[in-house]
Design a protein around this ligand. Structure first.
Ligand code: TC6
Length: 286
């Protein structure tokens, strides 16, 4: 379904579904895969079990929720986190990129671009409370934030691991990685597909702070309070100054990027790599 049509549908549904309601004293609205609490600092919780993979539906709901928050002038900042225990997000949904047709790949990629552009250029303060594993697209979500707090659990890893899957992170994932950790670290981490432990992620600058697991949300809230003390107009103009060129780089070649992705992911060799990776995930489970 085209994004515009899906958005119309969801926004319409949102006027019923997403109407602010009092639930246990908290104001919140929810789609199926994203819960948003707007009491105190707004919190967006991904809840697409088992692993918060970013399916087309999840991406669309995420984008719509973000749009609704952006349109609410009383909301200046959002904490992004997960409701799935031990998983922040497993990244893009592999089943959206495997065994489908080119039209589906193109539609999916358009929605990935849309979410990234919205998150990366959001006027709101975004703080991620990374309470679980955060590979590839999961890391991408966190990198879009203005500040990243990660739970100190060595089982949780974060990074752009695409090369391990036999696929290649697109140039805008790479640009954001370079902006965050510098060229040399990004060059090495992208080629190796490094998944950093929290301590390593802190050392290279993938995250800004690592705290005991039970403090990840309270720390994110205190970070938000500090950022909220800065006047919006100056912070927003500064953010825009820092990020605009990177976002524009994608905006000026969105169609070409969709075509590149579609032809890349449709290749037999790439589909084979994804098949092997999915099998590996299954075997790990069994
Ligand atoms: C060019 C494009 C750029 C690409 C960017 C990306 O983000 S690429 C994405 C790169 N992402 C990665 O490389 C992350 C791959 N995932 C992992 O490493 C682990 O799942 C985990 C560490 C996130 C959670 O470990 P855990 O032991 O808690 O959980 P588990 O492992 O037992 O999985 C449970 C079920 O979820 C399934 N499933 C998992 N991920 C995905 C997915 N992305 N999608 C769809 N499904 C996924 C898994 O197959 C299994 O299904 P089953 O058998 O029940 O039908």
């Amino acid at each position: 379904m085209a994004l515009a049509a899906a958005r119309r549908l969801l926004l319409h549904a949102g006027s019923r579904l997403g109407r602010r309601e009092a639930v246990d004293g908290a104001r919140r609205f929810a789609n199926k895969r994203v819960l948003v609490e707007t009491e105190g600092p707004a919190v967006m919780k991904l809840r697409n079990p088992p692993v918060n993979s970013l399916s087309l539906e999840c991406l669309t709901e995420f984008t719509i929720s973000l749009e609704k928050l952006e349109n609410d002038k009383s909301i200046r900042g959002v904490i992004l986190t997960s409701e799935c225990p031990g998983i922040f997000s497993a990244g893009l949904d592999l089943l959206e990129m495997y065994g489908r047709n080119p039209a589906h790949y193109a539609e999916y990629w358009k929605n990935v671009q849309e979410l990234w552009l919205r998150l990366y250029t959001s006027n709101m303060i975004l703080v991620s409370a990374i309470n679980g594993a955060s590979p590839a697209g999961g890391c991408l979500l966190a990198l879009c934030c203005d500040y990243r707090v990660m739970a100190d659990n060595p089982k949780y890893t974060i990074g752009l691991n695409e090369s391990l899957l036999g696929i290649v992170a697109p140039f805008w994932f790479k640009d954001m990685y370079v902006n965050t950790i510098g060229h040399r670290e990004a060059e090495r981490a992208l080629q190796l597909g490094t998944l950093f432990s929290p301590a390593e992620a802190l050392k290279v600058g993938v995250v800004d702070e690592v705290v005991p697991e039970d403090q990840v949300h309270s720390k994110a809230r205190s970070v938000m309070t500090k950022w909220l003390a800065i006047p919006d107009h100056s912070r927003q103009l500064t953010k825009n100054m820092m990020r605009k060129a990177t976002a524009d780089n994608l905006i000026k070649q969105r169609e070409a990027d969709i075509q590149n992705f579609t032809s890349f992911i449709s290749k037999d060799s790439i589909q084979k790599s994804l098949h092997m990776y999915l099998e590996k995930l299954k075997q790990k489970k069994g």
